[in-house]
Design a protein around this ligand. Sequence first.
Ligand SMILES: [Mn+2]
Length: 301
Amino acid sequence: MMAPHPTTSRTFEIVGAPYDGAATLGWPGSRYAPARIREALAWMTMRTEGGKVYSLDTGSLLDAGTDLIIDGGDAAIVPHDLTQTLDAVSSAVSDVVKRGRIPILLGGDDCFLFAGARGIHDAVDGTVGIVHFDAHLDLMDESERQGRFSHSSGMRRSLELERTSRDHTIQVGLRHFNYPSSLQFIEQDGPMQITALDFIENGWRSAVDRIIERISGVDHVFFSFDIDAIDPAYAPGAGAHEPGGITSRDAIEVVKALAPYCHGFAVTEVNPLKDHHDLTSNLAAYLCYYFAVFGSKPAVS
Ligand SMILES: [Mn+2]
């Protein structure tokens, strides 16, 4: 796989999207997540000394200078207008990419799967693949209740972007039940899938291998993580509770392994109103921090 950038180290920039107006099913509350995740992230970044952090997982010092993660603030969301909000978030993500940085998008509900994918897509030439962790398909086309843009249609809308490569796109963590019409779409035009059951039976290493194989050859990779991919026992602060998900350790290992291949990251649907003692915001912050620390050097082919 091509090294994503000519530089040897990469800088990450946070884009906050404190908006949950597209959570037309499930619970609202993810508008409060960016602030909580930032607060939790400060607990992690304080351990940097001389531009390094001691990784207990690897037993080594890793680069984590003060410029590893820059907080670019919140996108100029327009709470009463979903279209303007999606445009503002896509534009903020595009601006980060054009500055040569890797966006870390903090939702907000999962409508930002699409806004994030479009932001990267519109800022780069070449093909874009999407790694989408979620309990849900997000393949809704259009419905009377949810319209065309919502937290249930982000993958469907992302696949419609001109240079999104379905063949380099994969959904992971799926479980339970969905509409029969979704199966029809998946069989005809859908991305590859690793269900939560498959992930748990075969382990995170198998999932990582299959994801890397899937994204090999694409020019840019957007990694979007709906927190409900993780079991509610580990991540109770979500937009819906879907038991039978992956563990927090699984999620961390996947993020560590995939980060060097990715050109953007998003964590969506963290819901402080359903959380217990910020467990989920804290986990989301760790996913962002692992993404930056382990993704600070691009993958080399
Ligand atoms: Mn979901």
